[in-house]
Design a binder for this molecule. Structure first.
Ligand code: AMP
Ligand code: MG
Length: 406
């Protein structure tokens, strides 16, 4: 059976192979976090634009301060943003603030903490030796005018926003979010705002999938629930295929009324896998139907969530115009031993905590993949790999954070 790592690689290869280039839009710079940049960002001038002092102190000539104890004459001060017309000559210094331009003649900045006012007026004793370049970031050393600071297809985070702001951009060209259709299936499923009959359950998967779609950076298009009947399911799937990708929950197991694969096949889908060596989530299906990636995720809520994270997120990344992000696994120390029997990779509800600075993970008791209550008592999945099913207390283990929580 396919490992989840190979399944992800398959999803990435197939989705990238579609070569979809998303439409673009302009966004206010501060609203563009999480998007993919559709243009280059170029340095408008050298950075820093001048030799910048990185400490409050005195700008000196290093040649005057080869040894500690030099006595220099202060000839003025330079504030951040200010100009200083004169040059610093031998035996002179200038008081300077962090972020100010180092004046001509000076080639080092001595921290204020390493200086002392002398006996005479304007006399400053430099209590440490200074090397040329100390506490100065030279002009153009971060980037040069015309340099590409951000390439197209970069994922925009706060540092990218800062860079674009630094070079004067107030708007960015970004790719539009892909639209991901969500269809749940099952005769027993009723809407969240409905009163379920004694053997019915509310549609929690559609709302959790919508949240996962949005957290992954796409737009969720909620189409509701399809009963387990071929004709109605087909209608819903055809509607879903009008969007950039389709995610279904339920109806992919071995039951008599698990019809998702059959209906997709009838619509001409090509499947790349329909089983993974994971628990929960084993019967997950991935295919292309009418040119769109389609995920048939098992309906048990925790299975739906795990398989979306493992499989659908990389496809969303690519449809967003960027590269697939790696699975964001953390390392944590296991508080109590864990053992799994089935030769599968397990994703178990767990809680990461930081008592006294250590990252500790604890498996939570649960009733299996329908138990959302257990999952909601934690903040992550403990990953027990197929290659090592027995983990001892104190071992460093893999943890898959629940997106947005850790
Ligand atoms: P299935 O994958 O269709 O066999 O469903 C597996 C389990 O998940 C069953 O117990 C279903 O009732 C439950 N389930 C399926 N779809 C949903 C849904 N949309 N919301 C909550 N639970 C669901
Ligand atoms: Mg079902």
């Amino acid at each position: 059976m396919l490992s989840y790592e190979d399944a992800r690689l398959k999803v990435i290869e197939v989705t990238a192979g579609l070569r979809r280039i998303p439409a673009r839009e302009k966004l206010q710079l501060q609203n563009s976090a999480g998007r993919i940049l559709a243009q280059e960002i170029i340095a408008d001038r050298d950075y820093p634009p001048f030799d910048r002092a990185t400490r409050d102190g005195f700008a000196v000539r290093a040649a005057d301060c080869r040894e500690a104890g030099a006595k220099l004459r202060a000839i003025g001060e330079i504030r951040a943003g200010g100009e200083f017309a004169k040059a610093v000559c031998a035996g002179e210094c200038v008081q300077i603030m962090t972020g100010a331009a180092v004046p001509r003649g000076a080639d080092a900045v001595v921290m204020i903490e390493h200086t002392r006012s002398g006996a005479q007026q304007n006399e400053v004793t430099i209590e440490s030796a200074a090397e040329p370049g100390t506490n100065i970031v030279p002009r153009g050393s971060e980037s040069r005018a015309g340099d590409v600071l951000l390439r197209a297809k970069t994922r925009i985070g706060y540092a990218e926003i800062a860079i674009a702001g630094q070079v004067g951009r107030t708007e960015l060209d970004v790719y539009r979010k892909p639209r991901v259709a969500i269809v749940s299936t099952g005769d027993e499923i009723v809407a969240v705002d409905a009163q379920p009959g004694p053997f019915e359950i509310r549609n929690s998967n559609s709302v959790s999938l919508a949240a996962q779609v949005e957290l992954a950076g796409a737009e969720a298009v909620l189409l509701g629930n399809a009963p387990d009947r071929v004709d109605e399911l087909r209608k819903m799937i055809e509607r879903g295929l009008q969007e950039d990708a389709l995610v279904l929950s339920g109806g992919v197991s071995m039951g008599k009324y698990d019809l998702v694969e059959e209906v997709l096949r009838g619509l001409g889908a090509e499947f790349f896998f329909d089983a993974l060596a994971i628990r929960p989530g084993r019967p997950a299906v991935f295919g292309i139907c009418r040119g769109k990636p389609v995920f048939g995720l098992p309906g048990n809520p925790v299975s739906t969530m795990v398989t979306f994270e493992l499989l659908a997120v990389p496809a969303v990344d690519i449809l967003s115009g960027g590269d697939a992000r790696p699975l964001p696994l953390l390392k944590a120390k296991l508080s109590k031993g864990v053992e799994q029997k089935a030769a599968l990779t397990h994703f178990l509800p767990a809680l990461v905590e930081w008592p006294s600075g250590q990252t500790i993970v604890t498996e939570l008791p649960w009733q299996g993949s329908g138990d959302i209550a257990a999952l909601a008592r934690g903040n992550c999945f403990l990953v027990v790999h197929q290659s090592k099913l027995k983990l001892a207390a104190g071992e460093w283990v893999d943890v898959l954070p629940r997106r947005g929580l850790l």
